[in-house]
Design a protein around this ligand. Structure first.
Ligand code: HEC
Ligand code: HEC
Ligand code: HEC
Ligand code: HEC
Length: 126
């Protein structure tokens, strides 16, 4: 009876160790750290983006649509979305407006007093 309890305990320890190994591997495969604040440079006026508050409430994949499974090798939108569209990759303005603006407009419909900005100059600061 005693031996059996010890076995179960041992198995639980092993499982915990295996789990930590898995988590450890994920942590060391080199995902870039999530930023707290990002300034997206723009000729129209730079846009301040609070990554921390957004990522608290919104799933990563909602914005980083290229994060499939565990592949987060391209965390920057600008890795793909450039000033000009390239093949089927839309330009930066289309990508950001259709991500940021679309969500903010939808948010505003439900909550007119939301802090999510939809006016040009509330995002683009000179
Ligand atoms: C509301 C949209 C949004 C959400 C949600 C979001 N991100 Fe981001 N993230 C961005 C934007 C925009 C940038 C800046 C991209 C750029 O500079 O081109 C960024 C940048 C990053 C970067 C830094 C890239 C670099 O090297 O500077 C990492 C890492 C990252 N995000 C990971 C995550 C993870 C992990 C989550 C979920 C826990 C997440 N993001 C949620 C929009 C978002
Ligand atoms: C690995 C390359 C890559 C990265 C990184 C990437 N995108 Fe994209 N994105 C694409 C491609 C290709 C398309 C067009 C095909 C599709 O819709 O998947 C696209 C389409 C989009 C669209 C739809 C545009 C439309 O016509 O309505 C939005 C919005 C978007 N991206 C936003 C973002 C944002 C925001 C980020 C960063 C948080 C980002 N993308 C990062 C490649 C990328
Ligand atoms: C899926 C929905 C969603 C997306 C995508 C999104 N936002 Fe927001 N954003 C919100 C909501 C909701 C708020 C209001 C939060 C509050 O009321 O405190 C907000 C607030 C803000 C604010 C004002 C408060 C603050 O945090 O500074 C700015 C600026 C902002 N967003 C910029 C952006 C930019 C730039 C992008 C694209 C890179 C973006 N957002 C993408 C939902 C979104
Ligand atoms: C929710 C935030 C947000 C709002 C609101 C917003 N934008 Fe943007 N806009 C961005 C981001 C982020 C970019 C991407 C940075 C870039 O490529 O210049 C961008 C890009 C642009 C660009 C491309 C600049 C260039 O040099 O290619 C123009 C022009 C622009 N916006 C005009 C506007 C106008 C006009 C409005 C109001 C009708 C507006 N934006 C509202 C966030 C916003």
């Amino acid at each position: 009876m005693k031996a059996k309890t010890r076995n179960i305990f041992g198995a639980a320890l092993l499982a915990a160790a295996a789990l930590m190994l898995v988590i450890g591997t994920f942590q060391t495969t080199g995902f870039a750290a999530e930023p707290t604040k990002v300034t997206v440079k723009s000729k129209r006026g730079d846009v301040e983006f609070n990554h921390a508050t957004h990522q608290r409430d919104i799933k990563c994949e909602k914005c980083h649509h290229n994060f499939k499974g565990a592949d987060r090798s391209k965390p920057k939108c600008s890795d793909c979305h450039k000033a000009k569209a390239d093949g089927d990759t839309p330009d930066s303005k289309t990508a950001y407006h259709n991500s940021c603006q679309k969500c903010h407009k939808a948010e505003k419909k439900g909550k007119p007093d939301t802090k999510a900005p939809t006016a040009c100059n509330d995002c683009h600061k000179k």
